[in-house]
Design a binder for this molecule. Sequence first.
Ligand code: GDP
Length: 298
Amino acid sequence: MFDTLQDRLSTVFKGLRSKGRLTEADIDATMREIRIALLEADVNLGVVKEFVASVKAGALDSEVSKALNPSQQIIKIVNDELVSILGGEARTIRFAKRPPTVIMLAGLQGAGKTTLAGKLGKWLRDNKHAPLLVAADLQRPNAVNQLQIVGERAGVHVFAPEPGNGVGDPVDVARRAIAHAEAKLYDVVIVDTAGRLGVDQELMRQAANIKAAVEPDETLFVVDAMIGQDAVNTAKAFDEGVGVDGVVLTKLDGDARGGAALSIARVLGKPIMFASNGEGLSDFDMFHPDRMASRILG
Ligand code: GDP
């Protein structure tokens, strides 16, 4: 996903390393190249400006210019700033003091919510939890069935409305699922909600209603990292309409430029908590800003 950015930055750093002491002109030229690299990778313009200003301030610090190896120092400043843009510390689920912990998944259709429900369920199971998946996406005819298949693959139970009842009420399903989890001692409930192809009022209302009914401990916005700047705009719309606690990036295995996804944490002021990088149940992990920065900087 971040190949172009990696290539561009490694060229910038190679140029830097070939110099001994750095003049202010060298630093300016480097900042210009970093700016272009980030913009070409589709990083949000506001985030790029902030990033470059912050790295430049660090690079002009007298300690850096006096250092024996100023290029190394600048690379470290770029690394630290990238970690900060990506959210700083890794953050995982905040489990409720009194189970069950309720996690609601929201996002556009095709973002990867259903797949994520399975991945998160498996991840929780691997971490000694007893998760329950809830099929509250009653919009798409096949969505309940799809979640059941994912649950079976992940070895995680699925709470679904009884078939043949027509289109049910997702708020009612979600409420009954929580009661079921309490009775059967599931300690984490993952509520999969409906998505639309684009943001619309009806989608937001339904998600907000489910949220009000189940009072989730975490509302995770699931977003396809391949959709570019729309990822940032959609994230903002969901945060305003529903309220989001954290972000899950999916399809990081794709070949898009990916910079927009990297801007989400900073623009939203919410952490990226998990990342998905494939269709398999194990292609999933917590998101670690420091590891991602190292990967991008090579
Ligand atoms: P939903 O509509 O948000 O529930 O999205 P789905 O979970 O149905 O996913 C939509 C498509 O994206 C499916 O074909 C998934 O297999 C695929 N998908 C989900 N996550 C990933 C991922 O991380 N990488 C790739 N390559 N495909 C994914």
